[in-house]
Design a protein around this ligand. Sequence first.
Ligand code: ADP
Ligand code: MG
Ligand code: MG
Length: 891
Amino acid sequence: MAKWVYRFGGGTAEGRAADSALLGGKGANLAEMAALGLPVPPGMTIVTDVCGWYYGNGKTLPDDLRKQVLDGLAAMEEETGRTFGGDTRPLLLSVRSGARASMPGMMDTVLNLGLNDETVQALGHDAGDARFAWDTYRRFIQMYADVVMGVDHEIFEEILEDEKAQCGHEYDTEMSAVEWQHVVSRYKEMIEEEFGEVFPQDPHEQLWKAIGAVFASWMNPRAVTFRTLHNIPAEWGTAVSVQAMVFGNLGSTSATGVAFTRNPSTGEKSLYGEFLVNAQGEDVVAGIRTPQSITEEGRIATGGEKPSMEKLMPEAFAEFKAVCTTLEAHFRDMQDIEFTVERGKLFMLQTRNGKRTTRAAMKIAVDMVDEGVITHEDAICRIEPPSLDQLLHPTIDPKVQRRVIGSGLPASPGAASGEIVFSSEEAIAAEAEGRKVILVRTETSPEDIHGMHAAEGVLTTRGGMTSHAAVVARGMGIPCVVGAGSIRVDARNDKLLGVGGVVLKRGDIITLDGSAGQVLAGVVPMIQPELSGDFGRLMEWADKCRRMDVRTNADTPQDARAARAFGAEGIGLCRTEHMFFEGERIHVMREMILAEDEAGRRAALDKLLPMQRSDFIELFSIMSGLPVTIRLLDPPLHEFLPKTEAEIADVAEAMGMEPGFLARRIDAIHEFNPMMGHRGCRLAISYPEIAEMQARAIFEAADAAAAETGAPVALEIMVPLVGLRAELDYVKGVIDRVAASVAEETGNATAYLAGTMIELPRAALRAHVIAETAEFFSFGTNDLTQTTFGISRDDAATFIPTYQRKGIIEHDPFVSLDFEGVGELIQLAAERGRRTRSDLKLGICGEHGGDPASISFCEDAGLDYVSCSPFRVPIARLAAAQAAIRVRAST
Ligand code: ADP
Ligand code: MG
Ligand code: MG
């Protein structure tokens, strides 16, 4: 018989934290906490396999599940001394969803199950508090009708608001037993009217239907969207935990709350959380009442007026704090915790590794190393390399005068500007048009995740640090300000009313400072972030762990400087063509291209030489002593020529040429497929004087820069688009001759390597032969992907998305390396090349050099370095370290 149910409670549990695939994250950690002897209400978890069974069998549950659940229920009854459906001391249940990966708020949970017209009396009698019992019953009807029967919860809200108004109450907590009882009868009447059926009174029927509904919530649209966004497979399924209820709504000595063991925004080591007295379940996150800080420190920091839990319930707080310490030490990570206090007694309802900003992740990882809790390698592996991007983003320049139009809580750090939009649909539409927007809402719900993704930042006027908007924005790494009560949103009239009578319309620009919790009018100057502190330390550890070097693709001094600040260890690709576009140079370049003979070309090249030489001197100086790979001219020449008739006329005039003549010359070098045409080393073979000039500029610059910085340039000259060894031999011959004559002229010989890009399948296949000449290979994976697939990368966008939609291909191979095809060529070329020349230097310089998955592949292929754009250098450093750690762990 299949084991569908795992029990927990009373100091023991079946299953542990490691069983999250089977028990879901929530169920597994409830088991772990119970086994640790922490105060967890007893319960049982129905395994995720049942979810698969449910969908595979027409949304039914396996027959033998019933007995196992009833057995579990009996154990819970024994443990609690209560009876499910009993007319004295009734046992109430929560029926909770929980998948392997955390999907906060995406699926359903039903609380207070087991109540009916009889048990509500028993509950009130037992607690000595009828008000509590009726409050709990109305909560149950509301939730059950919403989750199981599909009744719109707003209908209940309306009835509740109406009753409160009639009784003259502002808060739910002011309602009396009789008033709640009245609400309950109105709820039940409404359900009968709308559904023609009475609210189910049989607790067992309630339980089965609730279990089914929670499994069904696995496929609700927001859960499906969330899984798509986070690459969570549908096959995983959810588990369902059935647990004894404890009550935070049992008067003023009861409460419910959520907490992080460290600050999830800054990473600071201090307990951080919010709670509500006399409340239950989702009241804290729903923003009905403003939650109170758990700690005094937190209360003071947020300027809260209501007392902290620390003050109000010192004993429960002390116990909670101790539990937090235990949990953090046990899981060796920051925990996100849900708890309830029932008449002064603490109960733990959930724990999981907390979501955090990248800054917090960094600080927590570094602090935990200092605390001796985790190793350097653990710390490195805890940071998602792409998330570093968040730290590399701008913040508001501290020197600017801020025009603050409102403030709230600093929910997610960083700064962003954009046009005001009031709905997720507008945000999505604006993103499609390439406009930057700030999503402004009273609060967000899981339906808004798409809109939040599309926005640069999110602003809400309600909610706390654990509200939906705050949690989701932190996860996405976008700036967010929540609970900005001083701002009023008048979405119906497309207006936002700020402090001091400021009125802004939809489409007006605002700036969010997610670190300060401020909303500013207009665009505000920003500055680049500091790369020292925790970031610096973690990157230093990563640098010690990795085997591969990280270089950058840089063509300009500006890129080169930025890359060095980000830790680049040299230039893996300097594209020289970029040097021919600026100002004066393009004219001289055109002269060269349009010249009718070698003499004409040489005259123009003589003018280009000093320009190119000075560029190289600057690059070499910035990189002083680090390797610099310079690629000879690569693109087809027509790219430098004018295209439209008007441009041709302008250029002809500037060059003192007849427009018709110019047009004919352009025509003459027109190619049908320039990407596969007269480019790369083919140019150097047709016009060796171009390669000669470039080589001369390079060697003369290397000599000058070495004299200037005192560090000899580690020079690598790279010949593009080689398919035949003879091509490389020819061009290398030119380079060697120029090197010799410059050495003779200056009296200094600059050491250099000559190598090639591997960007044609033929080059990869003939790598062992090409390596007889080449001293290094650099995999140009943009072109190699293009030539391996035979897909023009400039035209790929017209059909790759269709391919992805139809499941023909999973990833765009121009974004994430195609390991199977292009990857095999890389492995094969690396092997064959090294067979000929064991010290052959190997690197990658395509876009893929900054993609963590591709970097991991490069580690396995034994490359010496990866090279990527400057902003991706830190990401590559971390990804390379993680890859090295992975390889070491597996050997
Ligand atoms: P979610 O995954 O949406 O957080 P949960 O299953 O954690 O859903 O339930 C949400 C909230 O319901 C919990 O944070 C807790 O406050 C409340 N809750 C769940 N189970 C119980 C229980 N056994 N007793 C009291 N409250 C509970
Ligand atoms: Mg929860
Ligand atoms: Mg190329």
